[in-house]
Design a protein around this ligand. Structure first.
Ligand code: 13P
Length: 259
């Protein structure tokens, strides 16, 4: 059974206030064309969450944040809590993006704490995993994504896993224009589902959406989403242009899965 696909737009540290509003309005306007068949979520920078929430209105496009604190509140200067995100209308959050793991020292343990905090606060999560170029050259991709998934979900009970989407984002494909082949993605998604099966069971592994991220574009999305087990995408650069992002959403909504 094919699952309802998920497409997220990770805007990263881009845009200004007016640009964020304009992009959200354009996505909201175009989304109804594919929305019956795909979950669409945008992830703006923190300062723009409220205005993006207003621009999305009742379009059905959901709002997410790019990160959260592992703490509930208190003396954590510069951090943003799960409750604050919910308070401004976010229902999703990205956890463990490779840019935070690489540049901001985010460890597997910290990712696990954040995931737990987000889920306990009622946020749904996109958990990002993915191997570096060196790890892929050493044929370690399955081991790397498997251990990232196992570490992040170690404290998460089965009942909460339906609120998690796992994003396979190979680091060498992010922002490089080098996209994983559909076969590479399918294999890595299989490794992620094996890790989910070890942690929980095969039914839960099958029911958990696993999406691809890394240089997704209108021209390559269709072939990726046609692979069994590739349940949508997490889009960086192409999510900053509404027509490109909407084309990727449409490719997910109309995907025909090869067998
Ligand atoms: P790009 O689509 O720009 O490669 O970024 C992918 C990504 O990191 C999404 O989280």
């Amino acid at each position: 059974m094919a699952m309802r696909p998920f497409v997220g737009g990770n805007w990263k540290m881009n845009l200004d206030a007016n640009g964020a509003t304009a992009l959200a309005s354009a996505v909201a306007l175009g989304a109804p064309a594919c929305q019956g068949a795909v979950d669409i979520v945008v992830f703006p920078p923190f300062p723009f969450l409220e205005r993006v929430a207003r621009a999305l209105g009742d379009s059905g496009v959901e709002l997410g944040a790019q990160d959260l604190s592992s703490e509930a509140n208190g003396a954590r200067t510069g951090e943003v809590s799960a409750e604050m995100l919910r308070d401004v209308g976010a229902s999703w959050v990205i956890v463990g993006h490779s840019e935070r793991r690489q540049h901001l020292g985010e460890t597997d343990a910290r990712v696990a704490d954040k995931l737990l905090m987000a889920l306990e606060s009622g946020l749904r999560c996109v958990l990002c995993v993915g191997e570096s170029l060196e790890q892929r050259k050493a044929n370690r991709e399955a081991e790397v994504v498997g251990s990232q998934v196992a570490a992040a979900l170690a404290a998460i009970p089965a009942a909460q896993v339906h609120s998690v989407v796992v994003a396979y984002e190979p680091i060498w494909a992010i922002g490089t224009g080098v996209v994983a082949t559909p076969q590479d993605a399918e294999a890595a998604h299989g490794a992620i589902r094996e890790a989910l099966t070890s942690r929980y069971d095969s039914a839960l592994a099958r029911e958990t959406r696993v999406v691809y991220g890394g240089s997704l574009a209108p021209g390559n999305a269709k072939a990726l989403f046609a692979r069994p087990g590739v349940d949508g995408g997490l889009v960086g650069g192409a999510s900053l242009k509404a027509p490109d992002f909407l084309a990727i959403c449409s490719a997910a909504a109309h995907r025909l899965i090869a067998h």
